[in-house]
Structures are given as structure tokens and as C-alpha cells.
Design a binder for this molecule. Structure first.
Ligand SMILES: Nc1ncnc2c1ncn2[C@@H]1O[C@H](COP(=O)(O)OP(=O)(O)O)[C@@H](O)[C@H]1O
Ligand SMILES: O=C(CO)[C@H](O)[C@H](O)COP(=O)(O)O
Length: 559
């Protein structure tokens, strides 16, 4: 039964669910003003499958990153009731639910949405599982997709900065065709997890303009032509028509009502509005109030996504994509990104510290990130004599090459862990500066920079970014920015606010100018950034193919 709470009732609440890389986060939010009444985090029991499938000891190939659909359902089954209980409110006050997902996280399903990996006989086939956004094993297919598109002068290629990423739908789909043609043939649908989860909630398939545009190659109302796909592989000709095609829904629209099955799973009332699916970064623009042209949002977590609206389409070399209505209906939405940010810091802080650092952090009652940040912050800019390249998870923008890897230049016998940590933080900030400059150089103005995501909890990281960018940073005032954004979209789908802009103004939360640059430090960072640019172009633009050779040597040795 639909609840008896009207859309504009002051007691109405929304549920927003953010499906992240390792967990799902659920928030319960007041429709009137966006106040977060409660939140719950539900870890995925199987996290990321990168070494073996559950119950198997057969090693997965390098750069594989898979997940389990049942872990996503667990967030609905356990996370939603937990958040409702923590809010201490009756489920009958909920008028809508909105979701966002990492992307491109994509899975093969049957015509009724059953994931292939759940069919008898498919549990031991890696290509039957959802491929997480950071599954980078489809780089050869991505290179081929780009090369053939460039040769044929496909008109959509400049909308993707001139290169199609290994992370996106077509590269991953072509990899399945090449490596497991039976699984490819059995998949009736190839669907973003962002749309699959909405299917689980309202019992019918929908497809959103955001993932279709950025992660699929849907531009100006069309998918890539059959001719183009056949030029990649005759067996791939029907990929878009057969497995992707579906009428696209605008962001903020109502995908349907919550089904009886999903109501039983979540404890939410049957029939409440379910918002159209969305991507974690793009949905956060509503929470961060960055829905107007020129307001760049950097969602800084495991990776960083940069999203930005503009009145005009432009060709920005190395961006992920520009999509009409891709963030907010009526504007051109741009996306760029860095595939590793928090993950690079975590890789170092969790794996490479001498025991005395771990003990010192324990004694101080903090984590290793806090200890390293405090020690690194005490240094003058440049005192470590280091510059790093932030490519430990490949380069998403502006080089679009996931065969690249990390570099640290300048290490000596005097280099300390806090020096290295600082150099890695700076490298990620330089990566963001490279992206901001690419937008501006291409004629897409960046008036302001807002940051969101888990890394905003680290004041040292924020200060480095403000100094490197020479700009004040606005900081999203919500612990779970994407989940709040999803709740805002749910409010629009439920009719509590007329559109995303109005809902963002009423429910979004941001601290303007929360971090100001120290321009003396900016001058020091400019000198380091010059070195970063040199190394970036040397290793990333053909000066040396050392990183590609190392990747080949690694893959040969492992196979
Ligand atoms: N204090 C910290 N400073 C910098 N990075 C951190 C800190 N704590 C955790 N991280 C990193 O932040 C990332 C998690 O970010 P978060 O936004 O919470 O998740 P997600 O990107 O999955 O949404 C991890 O990669 C982790 O290594
Ligand atoms: O590319 C994306 C969005 O377009 C991914 O969802 C994102 O990079 C992964 O997000 P997170 O770092 O927050 O886990």
C-alpha cells in the first residue's frame, strides 16, 4: 500500500542509498530541508573479487575486479531497516527511495534481470559476474574501440575526449565476447548496476541517461551504429540493439513504484516512488549544490570523479565524456576522473609503514592516515624533494590509459614515510589540477571548486588541494554526499520538490570557502607541478614506453 504521507508534508522523508566500492550506505533524510535523520553502512561480504571467485582457488587474470549481486541485495535487506530503525521513525513516513552506484559497474543478465552468475552452470565463469568500475582488464578492447572509431571518424569520439576507457560498457562487453562467447550469447541484457538495482526495487527495467551517455556511448539519441560495431567484430554488431537498447529516462524521474517483493525485502511501503538510477559522483552534485554551470564538483574517495555543468558542449581532450542532461536536465554535463586517489593513499598507509609508525598511531589513538598527515603537514612545501605520478590504478583523465602505473621520483636514503605520503597526496592534487586546466583550456570555465567524499575528512589533503589549485574550496557538509544526493533525487521523483535544482537548493548542504589557499605555498607547489607535468608527458605521452613495457613483463610473468 502507498503511504498516507503526502509529498509535501513536513514529516515526509526519503531514503537514499549509495552503492560504493566496498559498502552500501543508506540515509534517511527529511524532504523539507535535507536534514539527515540517520545513516547505516552495510559492508559487502565479498568486497571486490580480484584474485578468485567465491569457493574457487582458480586465480583470476590480472586487473580483474568483480562483485556479487547478492552483496548489493544485502544492503537493501539489512541496511535499509537498520537506517530506519536508527532514525526512529515509522516506515509510513517514507515517500520515496533513490539510489546511486559506482560506474561503470555493469553485469550480464537474462531478460528478467537475473544475473548470469546466479544461473545454474555459470557460477564458475568470471564473465558471468558484475564487472566493477575498476576492472581494468579490457584495456586491449578499449584501445581497439578507440582506434576503429578514429579510423572511421565516428562523430561521437570527441564527446569522450578522443578515447574510450577500459572502464566503460563497450570495452567490458567486447572482452566478454572475446573471452567467453557463450556467456556473451546467454546475456539478454548488459546493464549498469545503477539500473539493475532500480529493476530490483520496482520490478521493471529502466535505463538512465547518465550511465547510457557516460559509460555507454549514447549520444544525440543513438548508440554506435551496427556497422561500427561489426567493424570491431561481426559478432558484436548487435551489442547495442540487442543488449542495451531501451527507452532512456531523465534523472530525477520516477522509475516506478516500490514492488511488493522489494517492500518485503526493505520494510519500506509498497508503491512509494523509486527514482531513476544514477552514478555516485553525478548524484552528489545535488547534495553539493553544484547544479549550475561552471561549478566543478570533485568527489574524492577511493577514486575521484570530477563533474561540471555547462551551457555549451565542448571537446575537452582526455575527459571521460560530455552528455546532454547527464547531471541535471537542460545542461551539458562533463565528467573527468582519477582512477586512484584514496586507494593510493590507503595502499601506502596500510601496506608500507614501518612497525614503529603503526605503534605511534595506536599510541596517539588515531589511524595511520592521520599520523602521516600530521607529520607531512609539518614540512615546508618541496622539502621532501619528491614528485609522484598518481597512476597506481591507471590514468582515467586526461591520458585515458589503464596500462600506466605509479612513479615516485626523487627518493633518497633520507626519504621518510611521511615524505612519500605527502608526495602521493600532492600527486593526486596535481592530477586534479591537470583536469581543471584541461577544461579551462578547452573553453569550459570553472568558476568554483566544491569537494565531497571520504577524503574531505582529512584537513591536510584539503589544504594541499586548495594550495595546488590556487582556489578556495567549498566543502559538502554531509558525511554521505552521494546517499544524500540520491535522497534528493528521490524527493523529486516523489513530487516533494519540482525539480533537481529546487530540491538541491532546499536539501543540499555545503560550506562555502571552507578551505582557503595559502598563496606562498601555492608558489612552491607551482614548481613541483612543473616537474609533475614533465614526468606526466614523458611517461604518459610517448617520451618513454617504460610503463607499458613493465605492464607487459608483469602480465607475461603472471600467465
Ligand atoms: N584519513 C584519510 N586520509 C586520506 N585517505 C583516507 C583516509 N581514510 C581513508 N582513506 C581512503 O579513502 C578511501 C575511501 O573513501 P570513501 O569516500 O569513504 O569511499 P568510496 O570512495 O568507496 O565512496 C579509501 O581508499 C581509503 O584508503
Ligand atoms: O567512475 C565512477 C563514476 O563515474 C566511479 O563510480 C567512481 O570512480 C568510483 O567511485 P568511488 O571512488 O567513490 O568508489
Amino acid at each position: 500500500m502507498a503511504p498516507n504521507v503526502s509529498a509535501n508534508n513536513s514529516s515526509s522523508v526519503l531514503v537514499g542509498i549509495d552503492f560504493g566500492t566496498l559498502s552500501g550506505r543508506v540515509v534517511v533524510v527529511r524532504a523539507a530541508d535535507g536534514a539527515v535523520l540517520a545513516e547505516a553502512v552495510e559492508d559487502y561480504p565479498h568486497a571486490v573479487l580480484s584474485t578468485a571467485l567465491p569457493g574457487s582457488d582458480r586465480p583470476l587474470p590480472p586487473d580483474t575486479a568483480l562483485q556479487l549481486p547478492e552483496d548489493y541485495r544485502g544492503v537493501l535487506r539489512r541496511g535499509v531497516p537498520k537506517a530506519l530503525a536508527a532514525a526512529g521513525i515509522g516506515a509510513d513516513r517514507v515517500i520515496g527511495v533513490g539510489t546511486d552506484f559506482t560506474a561503470c559497474t555493469v553485469l550480464p543478465t537474462t531478460a528478467d534481470g537475473t544475473p548470469l552468475c546466479e544461473l545454474p552452470g555459470f557460477a564458475d565463469r568470471p564473465h558471468a559476474y558484475p564487472k566493477l568500475w575498476k576492472h581494468h582488464a579490457a584495456q586491449p578492447e578499449a584501445d581497439e574501440i578507440t582506434r576503429v572509431a578514429a579510423e572511421r571518424g565516428e562523430p561521437w569520439l570527441p564527446r569522450y575526449g578522443g578515447r574510450i576507457s577500459a572502464e566503460w560498457q563497450f570495452a567490458k562487453g567486447l572482452q566478454v565476447l572475446r573471452e567467453d562467447p557463450e556467456a556473451y550469447a546467454r546475456a539478454d541484457r548488459w546493464i549498469e548496476a545503477a539500473d539493475w538495482i532500480v529493476w530490483q526495487l520496482c520490478g521493471r527495467e529502466t535505463r538512465n541517461v547518465c550511465t547510457a551517455g557516460y559509460k555507454g556511448i549514447h549520444q544525440d539519441g543513438a548508440w554506435p551504429s551496427r556497422d561500427y560495431l561489426a567493424a570491431l567484430d561481426p559478432a558484436f554488431a548487435g551489442f547495442a540493439d540487442d543488449k542495451l537498447a531501451f527507452p532512456l529516462s531523465q534523472l530525477g524521474a520516477r522509475a516506478g513504484g516500490l514492488s511488493a517483493e522489494a517492500a518485503a525485502l526493505t520494510g519500506l511501503p509498497e508503491g512509494v516512488a523509486v527514482a531513476v538510477g544514477n552514478v555516485d559522483a553525478h548524484v552528489t552534485a545535488a547534495a553539493a549544490r553544484t547544479v549550475d554551470p561552471g561549478e566543478l564538483l570533485a568527489v574524492m574517495g577511493t577514486s575521484t570523479c570530477h563533474v561540471l555543468n555547462s551551457d555549451v558542449p565542448a571537446e575537452v581532450p582526455g575527459m571521460c565524456g560530455v552528455v546532454r542532461d547527464g547531471i541535471v536536465p537542460g545542461l551539458w554535463g562533463y565528467e573527468a576522473g582519477q582512477s586512484g586517489v584514496g586507494d593510493i593513499l590507503g595502499w601506502f598507509a596500510d601496506g608500507f609503514l614501518p612497525p614503529e609508525y603503526v605503534r605511534a598511531a595506536k599510541r596517539a589513538g588515531t589511524g595511520t592516515h592521520e599520523l602521516l598527515s600530521r607529520r607531512a603537514a609539518a614540512q615546508p612545501v618541496g622539502a621532501h624533494g619528491l614528485v609522484a605520478l598518481d597512476w597506481h590504478n591507471g590514468n582515467r583523465s586526461v591520458l585515458v590509459d589503464h596500462s600506466l602505473s605509479g612513479v615516485i621520483a626523487g627518493a633518497t636514503l633520507a626519504t621518510t614515510p611521511e615524505d612519500l605520503y605527502r608526495a602521493l597526496v600532492e600527486a593526486t592534487a596535481f592530477g586534479t589540477r591537470t583536469i581543471v586546466e584541461a577544461f579551462e583550456t578547452a573553453g569550459v570555465p570553472v568558476h568554483g571548486v566544491t569537494v565531497a567524499g571520504g577524503l574531505t575528512r582529512n584537513p591536510f589533503v584539503l589544504q594541499v588541494y586548495a594550495d595546488v589549485l590556487r582556489r578556495p574550496l567549498h566543502v559538502t557538509d554531509a558525511d554521505q554526499g552521494p546517499a544524500l544526493g540520491s535522497a534528493i533525487h528521490a524527493a523529486v521523483a516523489a513530487g516533494a520538490h519540482p525539480d533537481i535544482r529546487a530540491a538541491s537548493a532546499a536539501m543540499g548542504r555545503v560550506r562555502r570557502d571552507a578551505v582557503r589557499p595559502d598563496l606562498r605555498d601555492s608558489a612552491g607547489y607551482d614548481r613541483l607541478y612543473d616537474v609533475y607535468r614533465d614526468l606526466h608527458d614523458h611517461f604518459g605521452r610517448g617520451g618513454s614506453d617504460a610503463l607499458h613495457r613493465l605492464r607487459r613483463i608483469r602480465n607475461d610473468a603472471r600467465t
